[in-house]
Design a protein around this ligand. Structure first.
Ligand SMILES: *Cc1c(COP(=O)(O)O)cnc(C)c1O
Length: 408
């Protein structure tokens, strides 16, 4: 057992704490009422664990903290194997390599998602088929899924938007009957559940993001979860630059060599140390975010009903992981006005996603022209409200109060 305090003097720790505090105070002076859309939050033990990683003498990948994160995710989510990656984008790329796409193979992705959900499969040879979303949860519309499948379709990538589960019963049934692999992009939904089961445990593979804007973060990071054990061995090799280095460490081979394609998808153990501190505080983080979500919902419910604004829908069989809170405004003009109106008051709301099927790259990568009218519509009317782990009740009341006055 290494004692970090022995090497990091009290003066060092005072300095580090001072820096963090100073930064916070400066921020407060400059922007007395500014409420950002997102703020990275520290749970307290991040620096201590980073110091421990440094003293462990191993700051590359797969050190003690990476192993702790793997064990945490495997135990908590019940996945066969979890691999930390440098981002969710990279976890999706690993999934794409594992699919072994051949010329002309198609992958179905929602148009309403972050670019990485689609990009990963294009980089590794796939043609995209864009799916529209349901108007209630903004998740891939399972009722339209069958019509998008051709003999070339290899996989479908449901994105659990805002961490609310896609209709996995239908999606899995269709995927099974048509021989498709399911890769869940669960960047939003760590700790979310669908019919009692954790999101990320349904597909052959699933991905997580630990980007600064997600519930649990290490700045930049992600994970590939493997539920179908037949992909574990190759995933390990792809993640280690196409070598069987992990087998060497386990003593299964006496030298390691280049056996497959791959890349460098391991985060430094210093990042894993930061991440582990956050994972250990997951209950606390999730509880705080639950309060933020509930306050938005109860504070805006009556107003929303009066002005035909839609609040997020959470089916009763879905467990919300409280990743984000959004409004669907009645018109695109109201949406743009709302963002400008809040900004004038120092409150930063944002919108997303620009429909991928309308993007320049999306059109080039698509197997066919797609119509996604619900995506087009929602993308123009959605506003995301400030949401982060340290958002206080006072700050949040400013946001809610401003919104209640929006229509005068
Ligand atoms: C954030 C996000 C990603 C990418 O995550 P990174 O860790 O930043 O690569 C992918 N898909 C969705 C749906 C996301 O929200």
């Amino acid at each position: 057992m290494v004692h970090w305090a022995g090497k990091f003097s009290a003066v060092d720790m005072l300095f580090i704490n001072g820096l963090l505090k100073q930064g916070h105070q400066k921020d407060m002076q400059k922007n007395p009422i500014k409420i950002p859309f997102n703020k990275p939050c520290f749970e307290g033990k991040e620096l201590v664990y980073i110091a421990q990683a440094i003293q462990n003498g191993l700051i590359s990948g797969d050190g003690d903290f990476t192993k702790k994160c793997h064990a945490y995710l495997e135990q908590k989510l019940g996945t066969a194997r979890a691999f930390l990656t440098t981002s969710c984008t990279h976890a999706l790329e690993m999934a794409a390599i594992l699919l072994d796409l051949k010329e002309g193979d198609e992958v179905i992705v929602p148009s309403f998602t972050f670019v990485s959900t689609a990009n990963a499969f294009v980089i590794h040879g796939g043609r995209l088929v864009f799916a529209d979303i349901r108007p209630d949860t903004l998740n891939l519309d399972e009722a339209k899924l069958e019509s998008l499948i051709t003999p070339k379709t290899r996989a479908v990538v449901p994105v659990h938007y805002a961490g609310i589960g896609c209709e996995m019963d239908s999606i899995l049934k269709i995927a099974e009957s048509r021989g498709l692999l399911v890769v869940e992009d669960n960047a939003h939904g760590l700790f979310g559940k669908y019919r009692g089961r954790f999101l990320g445990s349904f597909g052959a593979m699933a991905t997580l993001s630990f980007h600064e804007t997600k519930n649990i973060t290490c700045g930049e990071g992600g994970a590939l979860l493997i539920n179908d054990p037949q992909y574990i061995e190759r995933a390990e090799i792809i993640r280690e630059k196409g070598t069987n280095r992990s087998q060497l460490f386990r003593g299964e081979v006496d030298k390691y060599t280049w056996v497959d394609i791959g890349s460098s998808y391991l985060p430094s153990d210093m990042l894993a140390a930061f991440l582990y501190a956050q994972l250990e505080s997951a209950d606390h983080i999730q509880e705080h975010r639950r309060c933020v979500w509930d306050r938005y919902f109860s504070g805006l419910q009556d107003w929303a009903r009066s002005f035909h604004v839609r609040l997020p829908r959470v089916p009763e069989y879905c467990q919300n992981p409280y990743h984000m809170f959004y409004l669907i405004m009645p018109t695109a003009q109201d949406r743009d006005k709302m963002i400008g109106y809040l900004k004038e008051r120092g409150l930063y709301a944002v919108f997303h996603y620009l429909p991928l099927h309308q993007s320049r790259m999306g059109k080039m990568a698509a197997a066919r022209i797609a119509a996604c009218p619900v995506t087009d519509d929602m993308s123009r009317r959605l506003v995301r409200l400030p949401f982060y782990n340290s958002l206080t009740e006072d700050e949040q009341q400013k946001v809610i109060g401003a919104i209640l006055d929006f229509y005068g």
